[in-house]
Ligand binder design. Sequence first.
Ligand code: ADP
Length: 522
Amino acid sequence: MFRIRRFGRLTRGLRFRLTATYAVFFALILIGVAALFRQRLANTLDAQAHDGLEQRWAAMKGFLRIERSSATGRNEAFWYYDDKDADESRTVLAIKAVYLITDQDGAVIPDHMSKSRAVSQTYAAIGIDSADSIRARVAQAVAAAKPDSPGMEFWSVRTGPGGVNYLIRSGVVYDESHVAAVRHEPHYVALGFSLANEEKTVRDFSLFYLVVIPCALIVGSLLGWIVAGRALAPVRAVAQTAQRISGSNLSLRIPSSQAGDELDYLILTFNRMIDRLESSFQQIKQFSTDVSHELRTPITAIRGQLEVALFTAQTAEQYREAMFNALQDIDRLSQIVRALLLLSQAESGQLILQKAKLDLSDTLRDLVDQFQIPAEAAAVRLTADLEECPIMADRVQIERLVTNLLSNALKFTPEGGLVHVSLRVAGAEAEMIVEDTGQGIPPEHLPHIFERFYRVPTPGSAPPEQGLGLGLSFVAWIVKAHDGTIAVESEPGKGTRFAIRLPALGATPEQAGAGTIPGGRT
Ligand code: ADP
């Protein structure tokens, strides 16, 4: 069972599939090439056999005479050659190894030289052609014969003793009886050529390939397996590292091979993904630490106040004071929980924006008016310079954004200071600036002020006065949800300047980016 599962896993593996595909293609190519070579070899050998037999036929025409025998008065086969000449003797012997000579009716004529019938043993074993077929062929050849044209030839392959195939070439030869007034008669002559050698060569070639192909396939597949293994080794390293990465060791990175290949790109992408995961994990961790810390402070305070009331308060006034303080802390607690809930809804996409056409200058004017009273109370001058500027936005969220910025500006600007709000159209965008002449933010804290619960520590000022540290997180989210940008400049002791850009009405995001003047501007 275990083995089957392991085998299943192996065959599903990329290395196996690569090797198998490669082996299949390799096998197909080997088989194709072998088949092609075999065919070419067979064709060449066949052509050679035809040539050989054709030469033998031509030689036969030189040595053979069919003449009337004076002894029998019948046509006989005479062979004219020099029997002292080894070449000639050998050639005639080769011709007569597989031969047949008959008259036009298919009757085998006598061979004058061997004093027997003009048919070799081998040819007899192959089977003498039937009288009908001989008659038909002779008639066909005689009918086709024209002066100066080659005689008609017949080719066939027939199986002889021991299963050996013979190439047979036959045709017509006329007798040369030197008897006046006797018409030369056509005779049927057939010569054979053993194909044993040719067939053996093709068979040997096939056998050789039958042995070579599996061997080449095994060696090729082994090489393929090794090469695929090497190519995939970095992938395994990536997988192993990925397996070791968990929430607690997100700092692990996969070492890059610096080869600049696809694998390197994969590793880079993977590492970037872990970067993002790590920072998200970090944020979540920080967030839970912050939340528990934020909640613990008012809870501890409430507990302290209640304990004091329980153990030390004696008068109704003291009880009232303790309960009042506890209530204040409970208010702060529920404020934190409400703000957190809203922020998490916003960031998880549950807070749907109700965007509508809105003249930002009207909204800002109303809010600046509302803030005049707290500004007066803080002895800070609040001024505004507003240009008409329509945008598509969620009124409630824009009011929340401006309220946060204004309350921060007032909170962090000392008596006699100035808070100024301005609004103007800048290209395809509405640019809103809230600046103050307050205490400013030290540069090292500037990158963090949009983080949740981040507050610039100010010695001597207790957390409740400082706020929750969530206001600017909201501001950042609202700007982002309206496809805008926010920038902050600050100098400690001199003041802070928040600049927000939101797409003006009628501007597409590209126009906004390019800074062109929108058509819908009034
Ligand atoms: P908070 O509720 O504490 O105001 P915010 O997220 O609104 O939280 O602001 C984060 C921190 O940024 C503040 O605690 C404060 O230190 C700093 N900050 C924000 N606005 C100003 C400002 N106009 N001038 C100086 N410091 C500011």
